[in-house]
Design a binder for this molecule. Structure first.
Ligand code: NAD
Length: 474
């Protein structure tokens, strides 16, 4: 059946009918275009609770954008914000936020100074007058301290943890406009290393990443001459499952960012794989990742033909759905083997043979099913929850080797896989999120590219959902 809902959304009449029936009418999301050189443009309002540590880092990040940076003339931390802007040589305009004309592309608030629950009123004071004054596809970014780093002061730990409630609620309130809200917990001495996260969450690259919490730990920031538009120059990136769907999009974004991409898929998909690689001027490895010889062969090819690998993206994955009681054993074994065990074996081989170069990145693709579970997907959910476990287990181990590991957990993404879902179920999966629409493969790819950047050295051990704040599994 043709997608009736989608075709109604494409006409003004259709949209007003859906709206009058109280059915979700999504805003078209703004996404990154090649012509865009600034990560954010338009009016960006910044604010801070007194005593925060991020104002300078926020100011120096925004200095590198084409945004017009503003501050409320009655902001409680006005002197600190002004001092930070002056130090970063950022032009800052004081404005009256109650003015009719005030309208914003982004709101950024440094909440690292909040030490107790009473001070959460700072959040209200900043957001209340402006939250209804957002452009479509606007961004809200709140920066806090990792609560677990505040153990010496339980009241501060509680107040910092409370920030999650705000982004998750704001996300739901502004989603109709295609706008998102995210929280970045920045550890002490990680202030400069947080630039890549601030840029990502403020940019159209995070179009479908909503109501997420990311942690940035202490790490060396990139040099001043770092090329933010070609961050993966001279890097070798392996993408598994790259012949189609999300993997193909990941390979494309990696090549756009300057990488040499090695595309891997099963031998049966070789023709398509070669087409993708040719388009991107990359290489191929046609192998089944569950082949017992695959880990050694992959490591050997990467080492001898490419001089090692800088980024490994474990994207290959399958579903074999059946309720647990009716599931034959081979369906369980196959899904766990491809989606989890093969990744573990490949990681082991690459690490043992020291094929991953210093500053390396491992990025895994989990799923909403791995967080919320799903009817008929016990095998898949186990494999994808296991992927999150792999990130948790390996992050501290790899940190010692100067390698990071992170995951994305996609929600409903428009691919061949989701197009095959029956209409009613598909519509529910697609609309039941704050942005009222499915994501695109490129949305997953952009989050993976953010993790992969040399500028994301402090981003380790995270799983962020690329799901438009799906109502399940929050
Ligand atoms: P897809 O089926 O279009 O692509 C998966 C690719 O992996 C295929 O090219 C396939 O040939 C390859 N592959 C499968 N088994 C392999 C093996 N043994 N060895 C090597 N390659 C193998 O699926 P997709 O929608 O693009 O999904 C990509 C990833 O994203 C998967 O891990 C999937 O679980 C995950 N994901 C997708 C969605 C979604 O909505 N599409 C949601 C959540 C998670």
């Amino acid at each position: 059946m043709a997608d009736v809902y989608e075709s109604m959304l494409s006409s003004n009449v259709g949209r007003s009918i859906l709206s009058s029936l109280n059915l979700p009418v999504p805003t078209e999301l703004e996404r990154h275009s090649q012509a865009q050189t600034s990560f954010v443009t338009g009016n960006v309002l910044i604010g801070a609770a007194p005593g925060g540590r991020m104002a300078e880092s926020i100011a120096s990040t925004l200095k590198n954008s084409a945004a017009s940076v503003q501050v409320a003339n009655n902001a409680s931390a006005l002197p600190e914000i002004k001092a930070a802007a002056e130090k970063a040589e950022l032009k800052l305009t004081e404005i009256d936020v109650s003015a009719e004309s005030a309208k914003f592309k982004a709101l950024v608030f440094d909440a690292t100074g909040i030490e107790n629950s009473e001070q959460t009123k700072e959040l209200y004071d900043f957001f209340h007058p402006v939250i209804r004054k957002l452009h479509s596809s606007a961004r809200v970014v709140i920066v806090g301290l990792p609560p677990e780093s505040c153990k010496a002061n339980p009241r501060q730990q509680i107040a910092q943890r409370a920030l999650e409630g705000l982004v998750r609620s704001i996300g739901k309130e502004i989603g109709k406009k295609g706008a998102t809200a995210n929280l970045v917990y920045v550890a002490k001495q990680a202030e400069k290393a947080a630039e890549s996260a601030l840029r990502f969450f403020l940019s159209p690259k995070s179009a479908f990443v909503d109501a997420q919490v990311l942690r940035v730990s202490k790490a060396k920031a990139v040099e001043n001459d770092f090329n933010w538009n070609l961050p993966l120059t001279d890097k070798v990136v392996l993408v598994t499952g790259a012949s189609r769907g999300i993997g193909e999009a990941i390979a494309g974004v990696m090549a756009r960012d300057g990488a040499k991409v090695v595309c891997l898929d099963v031998p049966q998909a070789k023709d398509n794989l070669q087409k993708v690689a040719d388009r991107l001027n990359g290489g191929i490895i046609a192998i089944d990742i569950t082949d017992p010889e695959a880990p050694a062969k992959i490591a050997n090819t990467l080492k001898t033909e490419y001089g090692g690998v800088d980024v490994v993206v474990h994207n290959a994955g399958v579903t074999r759905d059946k309720t647990l009681g009716g599931m034959p054993p081979h369906m369980w074994e196959m899904v766990i083997n491809i989606n989890l065990s093969a990744e573990e074996r490949i990681n082991d081989a690459l690490l043992e043979s020291e094929t991953i170069n210093p500053g390396g990145r491992i990025v895994c693709v989990s799923s909403m099913s791995g967080i919320a579970g799903n009817f008929g997907q016990s095998n898949y959910a186990v494999s994808k929850a296991g992927v999150i476990g792999m990130v948790d287990a390996f992050a501290p181990i790899l940190a010692k080797k100067d390698i990071t590991i992170n995951a994305v957990a996609p929600g409903f993404i428009e691919t061949q896989m989701t197009a095959a879902i029956p209409f009613a179920t598909r519509e529910a999966g697609r609309r039941l999120n704050s942005l009222k629409q499915g994501g695109l493969p490129v949305d997953v790819a952009e989050a993976i590219a953010f993790y992969s950047s040399p500028a994301s050295a402090g981003v380790n051990g995270n799983t962020i959902r690329v799901c438009g704040q799906n109502l399940l599994g929050a």
